[in-house]
Ligand binder design. Structure first.
Ligand code: THU
Length: 126
């Protein structure tokens, strides 16, 4: 999954920050969807790589994500922003594995619950 996230980072549109991010999410039906960050001249319209991948999966019919990999072109792996953690919490449980990779061979494995303790969720019918 980190290989797919690394490949997706090549498509990042990040002319303002120069910070390329790629992500890949696995759905409960086994599909793998990738995303990259897409920046905008109106900075606030920028969307992170993680949300692109999650929203692609949802738009394909997925409602449950079983793993995510995030790749950044940094010497140390970077963690997802708060907004992306909350979006992940909509489609995954606290035990979601989160694989983090950067420009070295170091891979960090954490969980959504560790990154976003006591996530806000509303009960709803599927
Ligand atoms: N970014 C992501 O794609 N994911 C994150 O979790 C943090 C930030 C992007 C947004 C922006 O294009 C650039 O990284 C710098 O913030």
């Amino acid at each position: 999954m980190l290989d797919a996230a690394r490949d997706a980072a090549d498509f990042a549109y990040a002319p303002f920050s120069g910070f390329s991010v790629g992500s890949a999410v696995r759905t409960s039906t086994g599909e793998l969807l990738t995303g990259c960050n897409v920046e905008n001249s109106s900075y606030g319209l920028t969307i992170c790589a993680e949300r692109v991948a999650v929203f692609r999966a949802v738009a394909m019919g997925a409602r449950s994500i079983t793993a995510i990999a995030i790749f950044t072109r940094t010497s140390e792996p970077s963690t997802p922003c708060g907004a992306c953690r909350q979006v992940l919490a909509e489609f995954a449980g606290d035990d979601l594995p989160v694989y983090l990779g950067g420009d070295t061979d170091e891979v960090l494995l954490t969980t959504l619950g560790a990154l976003l303790p006591r996530a806000f969720r509303l009960d709803h019918e599927a």
